[in-house]
Ligand binder design. Sequence first.
Ligand code: FPP
Length: 311
Amino acid sequence: MDYVEARNLPGHVGIIMDGNGRWAQARGLPRASGHREGAAAVRRIVRIARRLGLRALTLYAFSEQNWARPEEEVDALMELLRDFLLNEREEILDNGIRLNAIGNLGRLPGVVRAVLDPLRRDSEQNGEMVLTLALSYGGREEIAYAARELAKSVAAGRIRLDDVTPDALRALMPSLSVGDPDLVIRTGGERRISNFLLYGLAYAELHFADVLWPDFGERDLFAAIASFQRRERRFGLVGAPAPLVGGAPAPLVGGAPAPLVGGAPAPPVGGASAPQVACAPATHESATREPASPIESALAAASGAITRIAI
Ligand code: FPP
């Protein structure tokens, strides 16, 4: 049985949503149908992430390189994006979600900007979760942008060459305004990063799922988070002390969650941040009624009732 620790969730999760095309192909459908199902999965996962209490979710919706796809597919994706922003506007605003966008937004068609920009502005003050859509985004392009900005500042004499530091670069990267990603998930079976959040990935935990994005659901997200929680994050330091022999529960995950804005994530100090309760009830096992969904368990956990969620 896998468990998700209710109090040790990743703060910032990034997702490379891959597999829409293959999902459609397997059903003899046009690729656009796969993207449409992919948009439905986006809706699902945003809701779950918000209810779980993730602080930031970054979705790779369209890469700078995706412009080279057939025009018909690009158009279908832009239409889906516009529809998503129109249809989800109320729910985003009502649920305290701040809608953010990163990438070369100037390349997006006017019909998308016409719904994207007002939603970004109107949700600016929301603080429950930041949903970032990476649109016309490339990690290398973002690094080059930050480097150019620093070079301009050096050339203009505003900063010295010695001021060109990792933190100075980071401060200029829109993708990291919500902090480094703690967990990056890629669906669709490939094991690569494809130019996503390159600079911020330095100490992210990676999770590769075989499931195609349109089929990605609650259980898949929980499995990814459970996998994250089984890892010991060391941030280049030495590991946590070995667990006590003779009954004490092993620390589940080292390290505190990354701060929301700026700065390197705090290195782990002395093992797991949340106390673990070895005999915490696993709701699925103990219940006689229909098993609670992981989300119900997570919400119960947030109230302090349980510390582990069976998935
Ligand atoms: C990669 O799958 C996916 C994309 C290039 C687009 C992702 C878009 C969505 C999930 C839907 C629209 C987004 C929003 C935010 C509403 P692929 O097409 O490369 O799949 P394949 O590897 O199977 O061909």
